[in-house]
Design a protein around this ligand. Structure first.
Ligand code: ADP
Ligand code: TRP
Length: 319
């Protein structure tokens, strides 16, 4: 099964991204032919300057490689290094009714948040369709907010196929339902825009400081604590199996420990979980040429598929 997904590079990654997006993606490469790219053409729609976009792009590549994208299993590249996608984007525009784009929630949400309403932002779903259709993708793992874009991709592909022949594979979206919303230190959805995130790669002291800021109730030390609804417990349980969760519940109920202890415990869990990723990250950051080589190799592989596809598409439409 060919699975493809794009990663928007937009700064530091946090535990919500890790459990909601990165870990599930890394697991997919064990069973499927995974294609993953850093969607820097897409990020351009919200980018403010060249250096930041460049930095976010390479940071995202390093972070994903560090948490386990394996370049021997996964084709991993930077979107703009396979420019065929822009050629297809234009061609697909002809098969994209205005009404389809006008119904896009994501565009309306972004404009409501103050992002300037450019043509690139409006036609963002067509570029995403090009990403998906160029490589004959069968499944697209996405967050719920992106399902509509995959449905639009199908509509565009169907319209093309009806008019010019069955050239495009119809993709399906793959939503990891079981990934719950990871809470931030204030109990709301963890998000970089809410200032409540626990970043993945902090030094140990800063990580403890961040954990200490988690909001919990004010039960005095010595009294049993309620674990249900507690933010420290909710975050810690992401790292625990059923047995370990029961042990932690017992510690909460015993009344012998206070929130301070559990904040220390949570810091340990996070620190340990990311130990290997931290080592890899330090390695990649000091061997950045290797990262560029991996991405170049991925681009070459993706390009080989893309150029064959583009020849067929162009022949079919008379270019
Ligand atoms: P942010 O809200 O910090 O801007 P993004 O929207 O960039 O995060 O999310 C990138 C990916 O991480 C998406 O696939 C999203 O589903 C996942 N993700 C982000 N925050 C969370 C969260 N709190 N819980 C679960 N998944 C999350
Ligand atoms: N739009 C996606 C997001 O914001 C990123 C993306 C770009 C993508 N192209 C894609 C995802 C193709 C899946 C397939 O998260």
């Amino acid at each position: 099964m060919r699975v493809l997904t794009g990663i928007q590079a937009s700064g530091k990654l946090h535990l919500g991204n890790y459990f909601g997006a990165m870990k599930p993606m890394v697991e997919l490469q064990e069973q499927h032919e995974l294609f993953t790219f850093i969607a820097n053409y897409h990020s351009l729609t919200t980018s403010k300057d060249a250096d930041t976009l460049r930095q976010y792009t390479i940071d995202a590549a390093v972070d994903y490689l560090s948490v386990g994208i394996d370049p021997n299993k996964t084709t991993f590249w930077i979107q703009s290094h396979v420019p065929e996608v822009l050629e297809l984007y234009w061609i697909l525009s002809k098969f994209t009714p205005m009404g389809l784009l006008e119904r896009a929630h994501s565009y309306k949400d972004k404009v409501a948040k103050g992002i300037p309403a450019s043509h690139a932002l409006f036609s963002y779903p067509v570029l995403m369709a090009a990403d998906i259709l160029l490589l004959d993708t069968e499944q697209v793992p996405v967050g719920k907010d992106q399902i509509q874009h995959v449905e639009m991709t199908r509509d565009i592909a169907i319209k093309f196929n009806n008019e010019y022949g069955e050239l495009f594979t119809l993709p399906e979206h793959l939503v990891q339902e079981e990934v719950a919303t990871i809470p931030g230190i204030d109990g709301q959805k963890m998000s970089k825009s809410y200032n409540n995130a626990i970043d993945l790669f902090m030094d140990e002291k800063s990580l403890q400081k961040r954990c200490n800021k988690i909001v919990s109730s004010s039960t005095p030390l010595g009294e049993p604590l309620e674990y249900e609804g507690d933010n420290i417990y909710a975050l810690a349980s992401l790292f625990l199996n059923d047995e370990e969760k029961l042990e932690l519940q017992a510690r909460y109920r015993s009344g012998k420990e206070g929130y301070g202890h559990f904040k220390k415990y949570l810091k340990e869990l996070i620190w340990e979980e990311l130990g290997e990723a931290r080592e890899k990250r330090a390695y990649y950051l000091s061997h950045i040429d290797e990262v560029h080589d991996i991405l170049a190799h991925g681009a070459k592989k993706a390009s080989a598929i893309a150029s064959v596809k583009m020849e067929k598409v162009k022949a079919a439409i008379g270019l």
